[in-house]
Design a protein around this ligand. Structure first.
Ligand code: SF4
Ligand code: FES
Length: 365
């Protein structure tokens, strides 16, 4: 008999898909939700109550840009009262003294600011938002001055990978406790723009050397999280810590998902948090159970020693590349589809095509 899973550790609320920026690597789905379809404040408050009762420890307020929701401070206050650790994942272009003050007063614990690069011209081009980088710098300074914990997140791709040393220097200058050097993951808009974004192997290797030596130099002062693109990996990442083992995502319209990209998978009837309890969704809903654990695995995963470490890799990537979500992630060198990764990586040596910027209503497929 299969043991019931542990309760989820983290809840990620995609409060809205609205966002002032248009980054071409966004992991949101191509069909973005409109404001009229978003959950109400009462719906989100109920989700938070149920999450705390279920045993969730952390809640991440994300989007789109979560600060586009006027009720964000009320949601943070409610989560803090329930004893949940609260993290805001933001582009920070709407963060100023007043809005940060309201969030700090509500009990916010942590702010993660995403940067599009280390220089204004390059960063503003990626986000397609003039003046965005300067706003982010001002917002990061405000967060530091407020005493809230701060993480700087840099999304890295072929257009900015050479500037990783400057990004690390920015983290040091801000006194951030943690930065993330996160190579683009190819889902949603990122997958659509893969040929424009994937760096070459040589550029990635140089970036890795830079990060490893900075990690050694900054040990005990600043933590550097580092995410590499699967396209150059021999082993897949244990995506989300395994399907429906630790995380629940809620889409702006209230669909509960085991990861941010799951809506790209066909053949699922995603449970709606307005009609299903979070406990039922976690423990008993068919989409959450389908790829949980190891029972669903094909060979070579089924008899592999790593099957309870990486859980067969990423279901969304397996589907995006092979058309079958139940196959071994092609990022794995043991996958019969592994050659696809090298074929895709060859595009990194060709001239970069223009970006398809993320826009609501542009890709309503
Ligand atoms: Fe992971 Fe499956 Fe590859 Fe083994 S065969 S390393 S379980 S993806
Ligand atoms: Fe969906 Fe990896 S992003 S399982």
């Amino acid at each position: 008999m299969v043991a019931p899973p542990d309760p989820p550790m983290s809840l990620l609320l995609e409060l809205t898909h609205r966002c002032p920026l248009q980054c071409p690597y966004c992991s949101n789905p191509l069909k973005l939700e409109r404001a009229a379809d978003e959950l109400s404040t009462a719906d989100w408050l109920s989700v938070l109550d149920q999450a705390a009762a279920l045993g969730v420890l952390q809640v991440h307020f994300s989007g789109g840009e979560p600060m586009a929701r006027a009720d964000l401070p009320d949601l943070v206050r409610h989560a803090a009262k329930l004893g949940l650790y609260t993290n805001l994942i933001t582009s920070a272009v709407l963060l100023n003294e007043r809005t940060l003050g309201a969030l700090a007063e509500s009990g916010l614990d942590h702010v993660q600011i995403s940067f599009q690069g280390s220089d204004a011209a390059g960063a503003d081009r990626i986000g397609n938002y003039a003046g965005g980088h300067a706003k982010k710098l001002a917002a990061a300074a405000l967060v530091r001055a407020s005493g809230l914990a701060l993480t700087l997140n840099f999304v890295v791709h072929r257009h900015n990978i050479a500037r990783v040393p400057d990004m690390i220097a920015m983290g040091e200058a801000f006194g951030a406790g943690r930065i993330e050097i996160a190579n683009v993951q190819y889902y949603g808009w990122g997958l659509l723009n893969r040929a424009a974004l994937l760096p070459t192997r040589a550029a990635l290797d140089e970036c890795t050397d830079t990060v490893l030596s900075a990690r050694a130099r900054l040990r005990g002062r600043m933590l550097i999280d580092y995410v590499v693109p699967d396209y150059y990996a021999a082993e897949p990442k244990g995506c989300m810590g395994g399907w429906a083992r630790r995380f629940i995502n809620i889409s702006p319209a209230g669909r509960a998902l085991p990861c941010h990209a799951a809506e790209t998978l066909p053949g699922f009837d995603w449970p709606d948090v307005r009609t299903h309890s979070l406990a039922d969704i976690w423990y008993a809903s068919e989409p959450f159970v389908r790829y949980r654990g190891t029972g669903w695995m094909p060979e070579p995963c089924r008899s592999c020693d790593r099957r309870e470490q990486d859980w067969g890799g990423c279901r969304c990537q397996a589907f995006a590349l092979t058309g079958d979500a139940s196959r071994t992630d092609p990022a794995c060198h043991l996958s019969p589809d592994h050659a696809m990764m090298a074929e895709a990586a060859q595009a990194a040596s060709a001239p970069a095509p223009p970006f398809a910027y993320r826009r609501i209503g542009q890709r309503g497929v």
